[in-house]
Design a binder for this molecule. Sequence first.
Ligand code: GLC
Length: 532
Amino acid sequence: MPETTWWKRGIVYQIYPRSFQDTNGDGIGDLQGISQRLDYLQWLGVDAIWISPIFPSPMADFGYDVSDYCGIDPIFGTLDDFDRVLEQAHSRNLKVILDFVPNHTSDQHPWFLESRSSRTNPKRDWYIWRDPAPGGGVPNNWISNFGGPAWEWDEATGQYYYHAFLKEQPDLNWRNPEVREAMFDSLRFWLRRGVDGFRVDVIWHLIKDAEFRNNPPNPGYQSHQAEINKYLQVHSADQPEVHDVIAAMRQVLEEYEDRVLIGEIYLPLERLVAYYGKDLSGAHLPFNFQLIQTAWNAHEIEKLVNEYEGVLPDGGWPNWVLGNHDQPRIGARIGKAQARVAAMLLLTLRGTPTMYYGDELGMTKVEIPPESVQDPWEKNEPGLGLGRDPARTPMQWDSSPNAGFTPGEPWLPLAPDFQTCNVEVLSQDSGSVLCLYRRLIDLRRRHLALSIGQYLPVQSGGQVFAYERRHGAERLLIVLNFGHAAQAIDLPDGVGKARVLLSTVRSGDWHVEAGCLDLAPDEGLIVALEEG
Ligand code: GLC
């Protein structure tokens, strides 16, 4: 049955491998560490892990600068270690999704070293080289996503190369068929080994305007924003031809059974859904980051969910993301009380949920002293609050030194509250956010209404967002209080009896007789409805 495909039913858990579990004492997480912690993920109940890049890399952007697409960086271990992760994950019914970074390589990748060696090198056209503008200087006004011009001058060959991110991350030229084939072969390398799919980094960037026209200025730009926002990215990303590239990438996955293609795409909804592709030939799941970008109140979130449901193409499967390694954590954005409501929202909406490691512990943000900053973006554009380190700190396993993350010196500081906020402590406390996540995951697994059921909006108002999920005769009402005051809402017409299955703040389950449903401050409820 197509609707029971694992990536539709399942829950994805993102592991940022540097910060998950270190086993060799270098202060950086590794693959053996992931193997050790698979039992935890099984206990939590997730279905798939997506591991941020583990390929050989000079680590200018912590693995998003790949110097070999078919290997494992020694910091993380060996190919054998990877095969063990895969085998041990599969034996626990966990799927493994890798992070594919096709837009750019490292400047140390042999392809780039060749490309920059001379203008006549056969790989010259694998990257994006341009002459200076007629009057001299950079070829156009494109800005790097990490600040500064996106063009780097190469003295030896007298041309600029384009980099949408760091100058250590030159962009590949995806208009070149040889690049496509080489990259598709690297996908096959991992697919043959048995990986279950890919999260594709900045997939909407792969094709740039053929004429490299200047981007128009952004009238809304404010000086406290990242420099990339000075211009609207009209010509440097989201080009129509990108969809052919993605369809070809999808075809590579179709050579194997049951693999998933997830695309990282930061675009407004109507442009995002184009990434399902013509006749669904594109990404299975174009990542939907709208929960991260939308103001946190009942009205806006309700509007968002209804708009998304409305623009999805026929047969396109929805998905929702609450956090990742590039964004402030949900707990830091909306506070611990609302983060529990957010957990219930994520795990009861229609569509594949993606969780970010540590959010299930209620991790917030860790202050990073200036001398400990690691993120190249923070180093390039300091003081604007763009740094991603506060959301990338070590996973908190127990109350021992360094939270059980490493026997060495951790690459980023631990959260100061790790002795009380960790897996060991929270798993023993039935009222903890960790136990809430586990129950939500369990409920989603046991109720088809939650995993694959219909979504139906329900009139609510005020600070309450309510909706129903339905499958067959089963009706579940989800009621979320986005406010800090108690609320009451009416049960839908025709409902006789109702039973609360789960609350984000109260324990147990209870019956509600016809009439009003009471909500505590910051409370979310899952309620089974019976007609009567
Ligand atoms: C993506 C990654 C981010 C990285 C960037 C460049 O947005 O998620 O971490 O810095 O691409 O590869």
